[in-house]
Design a protein around this ligand. Structure first.
Ligand SMILES: Cc1ncc(COP(=O)(O)O)c(C=O)c1O
Length: 392
């Protein structure tokens, strides 16, 4: 059934490693440090707002396509309060089914056959797939350890006369790197010089631990060419709700709205009321989440370093990447496939985030610290039980 005529473009993107690893975690009863989701739900008041919306019939029937007014206004207030960005809620904001739909709709709306999209490699897995769906070409710009800094010359080298979009992600999954203001300024210079659109995935905007988050749309000359994507999933620890949004200039948001209309038409109604409540009332909770996640980052980073791995300390997100070669391991895929049986821990090999991983990328593993402290400690204890086989 999988003739290349029928599934020509997406055939090699198959089942994601996350599905494979999460199934392995369930089958072996392992601690899942592979897929990034919290093991404690977000604020009770937000969950109550969702339940209340369903009970009182708010959003149980098709809500407005661009999003309910309460949420559009809450997102506009959030952008103003956090970043002094002034957006018209009704023409510059679109609510989507998670950031995932916003990314797909943006690529379908902005990329034509043969257009090139320059994206930071390693990349979040939906980028290459959705660029391919749009019949565009993903052109990687490699971020290299230990700091995963974005090099302006590398970025310039990736831009051609076919380039249409620079696709950014900061804080960055999988590396946890946070683009500095200097790196963002370099992106802005290149985008302005070549008249490119920047699509920026900022779903971890509230999970930058060491410096305040800087949206690239706040840089001079960028608001008019930047589509910013975010989501309630990470901010409020409700990753299963899939409420996201895209914001930016009217023409870009309009184009994305057209694509969204034919993907999901509207996003789930009651959750929109709940997320509006969260943005209006629970930002203090988010500050606490950030502090608690930073402490858990430190706990996991220290534990993994003590096991002998090289740890690339992240500035944000849910994730730490490590190089496992100091343990005598060179094949992270084989290591991650074996870990659940060997010690009951699941992690993800970073090679899946690269187009053409070399030996260094094939020896990197991503671990999430979005779990409770005692779960992380237990995972480290389990990994420690292997240390005899690791240390020569
Ligand atoms: C960088 C990045 N973008 C987008 C998403 C998806 O967000 P959502 O669950 O809101 O679709 C994730 C989720 O892991 C992510 O890490």
């Amino acid at each position: 059934m999988s003739s290349s005529r029928l599934v020509p473009r997406l055939a090699d993107m198959g089942t994601t490693i996350f599905a494979e690893m999460s199934a392995l975690a369930v089958r072996t009863g392992s601690i899942n440090l592979g897929q990034g989701f919290p093991d404690v739900d977000g604020p009770a008041s937000i969950a109550q707002a969702a339940a209340e919306a369903i009970r009182t019939g708010k959003g149980n029937q098709y809500p407005p396509g661009p999003g309910i007014p309460e949420l559009l206004e809450a997102i506009a207030s959030h952008q103003r309060a956090q970043y002094e960005l002034h957006l018209d809620p009704y023409s510059q904001i679109l609510v989507t089914a998670g950031a995932t739909e916003a990314i797909a709709a943006a690529m379908l709306a902005l990329v034509d056959t043969g257009d090139e999209v320059v994206a930071l490699e390693p990349f979040y897995d939906s980028y290459r797939a959705t660029i391919t769906m749009a019949r565009g070409r993903c052109v990687p710009v490699r971020l290299s350890p230990p700091d995963f800094e974005l090099d302006e010359e590398r970025l310039r080298g990736a831009v051609t006369d076919r380039t249409k979009v620079i696709l950014l992600n900061s804080p960055h999954n999988p590396t946890g790197a946070v683009l500095s203001r200097g790196e963002l300024e370099a992106v802005a210079r290149v985008a302005i010089e070549h008249d490119l659109v920047v699509v920026t995935d900022e779903v971890y905007e509230h999970l930058a631990f060491d410096e305040p988050h800087v949206p690239i749309s706040t840089l001079p000359g960028m608001a008019e060419r930047t589509l910013t994507i975010s989501s309630a999933g990470k901010t409020f620890s409700f990753t299963g709700w899939k409420v996201g949004w895209a914001t930016g200039p009217v023409d870009l948001v309009d184009a994305v709205r057209t694509a969204k209309q034919f993907l999901t038409f509207v996003s789930a109604g009651p959750f929109q009321y709940a997320v509006a409540h969260g943005l209006n009332n629970e930002m203090r909770w988010v500050t606490g989440l950030r502090a608690s996640l930073a402490a858990r980052r430190d706990l996991l980073a220290k534990g993994l370093a003590q096991l002998g791995m090289e740890v690339f300390y992240p500035g944000g997100t849910y994730f730490i990447t490590t190089d496992v070669r100091p343990l005598g391991e060179s094949d992270a895929m084989a290591l991650c496939r074996g870990l659940p049986e060997r010690c009951g821990v699941v992690a993800v090999p970073c090679s899946v985030f690269y187009e053409t991983p070399g030996p260094a990328e094939r020896a990197m593993v991503r671990w999430t610290f979005s779990k409770q402290e005692h779960v992380l400690t237990e995972a480290l204890d389990r990994l420690n039980s292997l240390s005899a086989s690791w240390r020569p």
